[in-house]
Design a protein. Structure first.
Lengths: 629, 151
């Protein structure tokens, strides 16, 4: 502290008093005395009677009054230049008036004697003056010293006269306020420096001092020239002249803005630390607890008094106590330990899961002087995590079970389809084949009705064959693996349209295909879907003269939907939801062929792509099938 | 076409009858040897079991092989045929009800020369069998005869 406050030593000038004869005022006084001595000696004043007059003080005596007046000239001058005031000045003047009588130096008739008497007595007065002079010089030397002190002091010093006008500011004060001493001179501090709300307080304080009140401290705020607000502790004192009257008021202030800010910051940080839900613990590099916030009290159950001074390891469990030296070692290396999940002991002996972050605490020179530990109760989190892990495991287990169940079901389904594929068709083939054989080989034994029956048998078995095939392809759609790739749907539609046209070249169907619609999906599956959709459109427009089939993209409820529309037979919207059920038909087989599997297949394919399919239509007004992917 | 033999591997009597009828109605009068399961088919081809002593130098012109068979299924028969020198190049036509992708893939992978699905409609079935017979017995040039190392 002594270093920080060291003021450069100013040479004390008290021992360097100016000799009397080098004081200009003193020389002037000497010159005046000699001048007046010459006036007496040369008898320039033609006064009739310079004769001695005894000791009549109070009689008006013209020549003597002139003599006294002459005497007063140098004396008053000296009183003025040396600033003798008040009682000192009065007594000095009286002394000077009395002196000529006291020494019987009153006007002598002889001009020489008059001159000698004047100079001698004035000389004596000079000695007297010299004493005063000396004291004055001393005082001025002291003032030099004081101003040197003020110039170099770090404290803000403002000198006010008794009216409150600024006499001067020391450099520190100039720097702090932004005003130069010259600028401030003659202004009132409450106008210049103080914010309005503080002006009254300072004024009252000032007036108390002028009235002789004791010096006192005042905490206030001042405004700099730039308008910044700074905090100040003022310590004011009155400077009395040596006569005891108050000459000046010396205001000494210390700018505590930074300290105040730091203090506020400290309080703010302190309250943050205190209000934190987390435990915040300060400790030395040896692990001795130095601070303990209320979060720590809540978390560990120990009060600050109980905890401070104890080693941090008293919070560890026997299993985790080995962590403490390792953590402290890392801190000493300047490392941070972050989000370290561990277990600590509470006062009641129960364990608590905490996540701790330990950081080195640095002093202003960057040296590691301690550590701060922030500990958070993560019991709940640990429980939740365990719960999540448990649930996940359960879920995994369930998924595994379901998967194997599914796999088994799938396998069964596959075996079933395989068997259907092979075995179910063979008898049909026999029915059909032998009916045909019967028709061919025994045609004579059959009448027309019998032949018709056999033809019906054949037709039915063939239809059953188709049903089986469609069913199998539907189940294949579900079973087959998805391979997603970029597909040009427009191109696909066009190629299917060309195939349909090729199959029935006699039909005239106008296809409108929107170009460049690409999607991501399984090519094979989407082809099956598009074949079904276009095949339906083709089929249901078979009775139209100007059949029209369109494919394109539209927006439906904010998502992109694709559509296949036709102007064919359409359907009744009342049955719209039945369209997609397997084997659901809205037309008789005689009207339009088919097994009723097509749209069910389409729906499965679209669903497998995560999309949606729906239909709009009206009887004889065509149908539009929409789907999203 | 006389003197040429067809090996029909078929467990279903009805299908057997219909196949032979179809062959006949297409004027294919080759001898049709029928094997009712996979084992019998191999016995015939390799002259073992009930066919022991058969001259293995005489091989059928084409094998019409069903896939779903008792004991050894068609794919196993095919696999065995393709590992044996004597039957490695013998034309095999899979003639079956299924058109499962799996069956198609496996058949071709194991070296089937053709895969024909039996339609339910007998007219179509008859047409298909006729075309198969015509192709493999008439149009197709068989590989040169391999003189098996008969025991």
């Amino acid at each position: 502290m002594a270093d920080a406050m060291a003021v450069p030593r100013t040479p004390l000038r008290l021992d360097k008093m100016v000799p009397l004869w080098r004081n200009p005022h003193f020389l002037i006084i000497g010159f005046l005395l000699i001048l007046l001595g010459v006036v007496y000696y040369a008898n320039y004043l033609h006064i009739a009677d310079w004769a001695p007059v005894g000791k009549s003080f109070f009689t008006v005596d013209y020549p003597h009054d002139i003599h006294r007046a002459l005497f007063l000239i140098p004396m008053l001058y000296s009183a003025a230049v040396f600033q003798l005031r008040g009682a000192t000045a009065t007594s000095f003047v009286v002394l000077c008036m009395v002196l000529p009588y006291g020494f019987y130096a009153s006007p002598n008739a002889d001009p020489t004697a008059r001159a000698v008497g004047f100079v001698v007595i004035a000389g004596l007065a000079s000695v007297l003056l010299a004493l005063v002079q000396n004291r004055r010089l001393r005082l001025s030397e002291e003032r030099d010293f004081v101003s040197a002190l003020l110039d170099t002091a770090e404290a803000l010093v403002m000198l006010l006269d008794t009216q409150g006008r600024i006499v001067r500011l020391n450099p520190a004060c100039e720097r702090a306020t932004g005003y130069s001493s010259e600028e401030a001179k003659g202004r009132y501090p409450w106008d210049l420096l103080l914010p309005p709300e503080r002006a009254g307080q300072f004024r009252t304080h000032f007036q108390e001092l002028v009235a002789g009140g004791p010096s006192s401290r005042l905490e206030t705020t001042f405004l700099t020239k730039e308008g910044d607000r700074r905090h100040l502790i003022l310590s004011d004192t009155s400077l009395a002249g040596h006569e005891g009257t108050v000459d000046f008021i010396l205001c000494t202030g210390i700018d505590v803005t930074e300290e105040k800010r730091a203090e506020e910051e400290r309080l703010r940080l302190g309250s943050i630390v205190e209000s934190s839900d987390d435990a915040i613990i300060g400790k030395t590099l040896n692990g001795i607890i130095e601070s303990w916030n209320s979060g720590a009290e809540r978390l560990f159950g120990y009060s600050a008094e109980e905890a401070i001074g104890r080693p941090i390891s008293f919070l560890a469990t026997p299993e985790t106590v080995h962590e403490i030296p390792a953590i402290l070692a890392r801190i000493r290396n300047g490392e941070r330990v972050e989000h370290y999940d561990t277990v600590r002991l509470k006062k009641d002996g129960t364990q608590v899961n905490v996540s701790i972050t330990v950081s080195p605490v640095l002093d202003r020179f960057g040296r590691i002087v301690g550590a701060s530990t922030i500990a958070r109760d993560i019991t709940e989190r640990v429980l939740v995590e365990e719960e999540i892990r448990r649930l996940n495991e359960e879920l995994d287990e369930r998924v595994r079970e379901r998967t194997s169940e599914l796999r088994a079901v799938n396998k069964e389904l596959e075996a079933f389809s395989y068997s259907v594929s092979h075995d179910l068709r063979a008898p049909l083939r026999s029915i059909d084949g032998f009916s045909q054989a019967l028709l061919e080989d025994c045609t004579d034994a059959l009448n027309d009705q019998g032949k018709d029956y056999l033809r019906r048998v054949r037709a039915s078995s063939q239809r059953m064959g188709e049903l089986i095939d469609d069913l199998l392809s539907l189940s294949r759609v579900t079973r087959s693996e998805m391979r997603r790739e970029e597909i040009d749907l427009s191109q696909m539609v066009k190629s299917i349209a060309a195939e349909l046209q090729k199959r029935e070249p006699e039909r005239e169907v106008q296809f409108e295909v929107q170009e460049g619609l690409t999607v991501t999906g399984d090519t094979q599956l989407l082809r099956v879907a598009m074949e079904n959709l276009l095949g339906n459109a083709w089929k249901f427009t078979s009775r139209k003269e100007c059949a029209r089939i369109a494919f394109g993209q539209t927006e439906y409820d904010g998502t992109i939907a694709y559509f296949v529309s036709d102007n064919g037979a359409g359907f009744d919207m009342a049955y719209a939801d039945k369209l997609f059920g397997p084997f659901q038909r809205l037309h008789s087989t005689e009207e339009f062929g088919g097994t009723g599997i097509g749209l069910a297949t389409v729906q499965r394919i679209i669903h497998r792509h995560g999309g949606r399919v729906w239909a709009e239509g009206a009887v004889n007004r065509g149908a539009t099938l929409y789907f999203t992917l | 076409m006389r003197g040429k033999t067809i090996l029909l591997v078929e467990d279903d009597r009805n299908d057997e009858m219909l196949t032979i009828r179809a062959l006949k109605s297409n004027n294919i009068s080759s001898d049709v040897v029928v094997a009712r399961d996979g084992v019998e088919a191999l016995d015939y081809l390799f002259a073992t079991g009930t066919y022991a002593g058969r001259d293995t130098r005489v091989m059928p012109e084409v094998v019409l092989l069903d896939l779903k068979l008792p004991k050894l299924d068609g794919l196993e028969v095919l696999a065995r045929m393709r590992t044996d020198e004597r039957t490695r190049m013998l034309p095999v036509v899979i003639l079956t009800s299924s058109k499962e992708e799996r069956d198609l893939m496996d058949s071709y992978r194991l070296g089937a020369n053709s895969y024909v699905r039996k339609p339910v409609d007998f007219s179509q079935f008859s047409k298909a069998v006729g075309q198969v017979g015509l192709y493999w017995l008439v149009l197709n040039e068989a590989p040169p005869k391999v003189h098996g190392r008969s025991s």
